[in-house]
Design a protein around this ligand. Structure first.
Ligand code: NDP
Length: 311
């Protein structure tokens, strides 16, 4: 069987692409594992129009249900490699199967950036976490730290302050890069203690995390006793599978896929949408990923039908 379109990724970009593809009646399937992608880890989304305040998980559930309404195929496999043979793409799965398709939308998203300090790997799941929504409730009335200075770090600190006794927010510069609104809310939250111009050098503990060592002293001490650490220092393009050879897909210096305004990559028939596409400093929100998903599906349809006029 040959598909019109395969969408790789189940985040806002992939799910929106599927809704549009269904409405264009493209024979398509989605590949992915994390329903809703990393957007579903957002505790609170207050800037997606139509929903004044909703959790990322709930919003993504709504995306997913709307996608399912059209009955696209969900292939619960992992894509290992993509190649192109004449006008057909071949996706090799982890089970060794080959999926054939005329077009592809890559909506793989990003993965958490790591601090790369001693103890980070050892204590993962034992006090170190990259997902406050998933693990936050484990730290009721405990002392925790959040590393980072962007929107994720500040929204996480705010969310965790509702659960924990105290939250240290540790950022390497003097002024947060997060939206002003989050900074104001952090300043108003008494449980959050800001540690600025400082970095975590090491994570220590026994069976569980109990201490972090700082680069510079905080209140005359170079370490802080904590029960948990949430690392929220941004993301890097997903390395889920080796996209480059044999496709020669063009990426920028930061590893993001280069696309034009139609979400086309340099490989005809291969589109990309959402956080996996560059440039690195573009606005990365659920609404922008979703819009790019729609644009990519529309242009996949245009490509398949060889339309030259506006859709
Ligand atoms: P960002 O890339 O915006 O911020 C990452 C932060 O981590 C920066 O402050 C950065 O420091 C810091 N950092 C990076 N590497 C290290 C390191 N090795 N050690 C210490 N600190 C480090 O990522 P976010 O996840 O915060 O946000 C990603 C995107 O998602 C953004 O576009 C954001 O606006 C959006 N978002 C929006 C939300 C909302 O509005 N509801 C919620 C969450 C995310 P430095 O500043 O020095 O570079």
């Amino acid at each position: 069987m040959i598909y019109d379109l395969i969408i790789v990724g189940l985040g806002p970009a992939g799910l929106t692409a599927s809704i549009y593809a269904s409405r264009y009646e493209l024979k398509h399937a989605l590949i992915g594992s994390l329903k809703g992608g990393t957007a579903s880890e957002s505790h609170l989304v207050e800037n997606y129009p139509g929903f004044e305040s909703i959790s990322g998980q709930e919003l993504m559930e709504k995306f997913f249900n709307q996608t399912q309404k059209y009955h696209p195929e969900f292939l619960y496999v992992k894509a290992d490699q993509i190649s192109k043979n004449k006008n057909l793409f071949e996706i090799k799965t982890n089970e060794g199967k080959i999926i054939k398709t005329k077009t592809i939308i890559l909506a793989l998203g990003v993965q958490h950036r790591i601090l790369s300090v001693p103890g980070e790997k050892d204590f993962l799941g034992r006090g170190v976490s990259y997902c406050p929504t998933c693990d936050g409730p484990l730290f009721k009335d405990k002392i925790i730290a959040v590393a980072g200075g962007g929107d994720s770090a500040l929204t996480s600190a705010l969310y965790l302050s509702k659960i924990a006794k105290k939250v240290y927010l540790i950022y390497r510069k003097k002024i947060f890069r997060a939206q002003a609104l989050w900074q104001t809310k952090v300043d108003e939250e008494k449980k959050i203690k800001k540690i600025l111009n400082n970095q975590i050098k090491e994570i220590k503990g026994d069976s569980l995390v109990n201490e972090i060592i700082l680069d510079k002293p905080y209140q005359n001490k170079k370490s802080i006793k904590i029960n948990g650490l949430f690392i929220e220092i941004g993301a890097i393009p997903s390395k889920e599978f080796n996209l480059n050879p044999p496709l020669k897909l063009k990426k920028d210096s930061a590893g993001y896929i280069v696309v034009n305004y139609r979400q086309e990559t340099n490989v005809p028939g291969l589109f990309a949408a959402g956080d996996i596409t560059g440039p690195a400093d573009k606005l990365k929100q659920i609404i922008t990923a979703s819009a790019e998903g729609a644009i990519s599906a529309a242009n996949a349809y245009r490509f398949l039908t060889k339309r030259t006029t506006r859709i």
